[in-house]
Ligand binder design. Structure first.
Ligand code: PGA
Length: 258
């Protein structure tokens, strides 16, 4: 964490929660995290739960994000959701989560188009990158993730409104988080890449999150690292108490830096 960037804890609910469950979860997260105003708290329900979750957190310091968004404005795109449909409901849009890349064949170019469309619509994109286990074992994690970021931000210009998430594929949903050293190493490299793309000043203001098996017991050492500005949390974001505890641990570190 750096004193110049606000820490962020974002929960990705994935394909979980009905609108009613989501309303309850969102309300519990909002009341539990009300005391930790120094941390940006974001929840990303599935599309069908966005309206009820947004309603439940209205007037609180919890913000809402979408897990995906079409780069197209409207028309014959069955099953897709556009920026105008999300307007007024969300502030953030996740682009290029590894499950979208892996299971739904989203390319870097598609992710870049989504990031640009989200920014043009007034949302803050959360652009995800991360290597798979094979790439890490080959020793190619740094170059792979840097080039993934470069390609996923091709044509992007909204440098004052961007969040990046480093999520190694092998750490997502496995219970085997990267070590804070591994995460800092890659995230430091991603910041270098952002310097090359956006310039020193803009890059210094862009928040970079770690994601992959984050929970309340392991969050501390991640956010203690200079370039890691928070976390994108999957499984542990579905339990209000556990998610709030992650927010609390982050807020505590903010007050008492190591
Ligand atoms: P996980 O998921 O916390 O369940 O590993 C992280 C993510 O996919 O964003």
């Amino acid at each position: 964490m750096s004193s110049s960037r606000r820490p962020m804890i974002a929960g990705n609910w994935k394909m979980n929660t009905t609108p009613a469950d989501g309303r309850e979860l969102a309300a519990a997260i909002a009341s539990g995290s009300a005391a930790y105003g120094g941390v940006d708290v974001v929840i990303c329900p599935p599309f069908t739960g966005i309206a009820s979750a947004a309603d439940a957190v209205s007037g609180t310091n919890v913000q809402v994000g979408a897990q995906n968004m079409s780069a197209e404005e409207s028309g014959a795109y069955t099953g897709e959701v556009s920026a105008s449909m999300l307007r007024g409901l969300v502030s953030y849009v996740i682009a290029g989560h590894s499950e979208r890349r892996g299971l739904y064949c989203e390319t870097d170019a598609a992710v870049a188009a989504k990031a640009t469309a989200a920014h043009s619509a007034g949302f803050v994109p959360i652009v995800c990158v991360g290597e798979n286990l094979e790439t890490r074992k080959r020793g190619d994690a740094v170059s792979t993730v840097r080039s993934q970021l470069r390609a996923s931000l091709s044509g992007y210009t909204g440098w004052d409104s961007l969040v990046v998430a480093y999520e190694p594929v092998w750490a997502i949903g496995t219970g085997e988080a990267a070590s804070p050293q591994q995460a800092q190493e890659i995230i430091g490299e991603l910041r270098e890449e952002l310097v090359a793309l956006a310039g020193e000043k803009a890059a210094a203001g862009i928040r970079i999150l770690y994601g992959g098996s984050v929970n309340s017991r392991n969050i501390g050492p991640f956010v203690d690292r200079p370039d890691i500005d928070g976390a994108l949390v999957g499984g542990a974001s579905l339990q209000a108490d556990e998610f709030v505890r992650i927010v609390e641990m982050t807020a505590r570190l903010l007050e008492n830096p190591a």
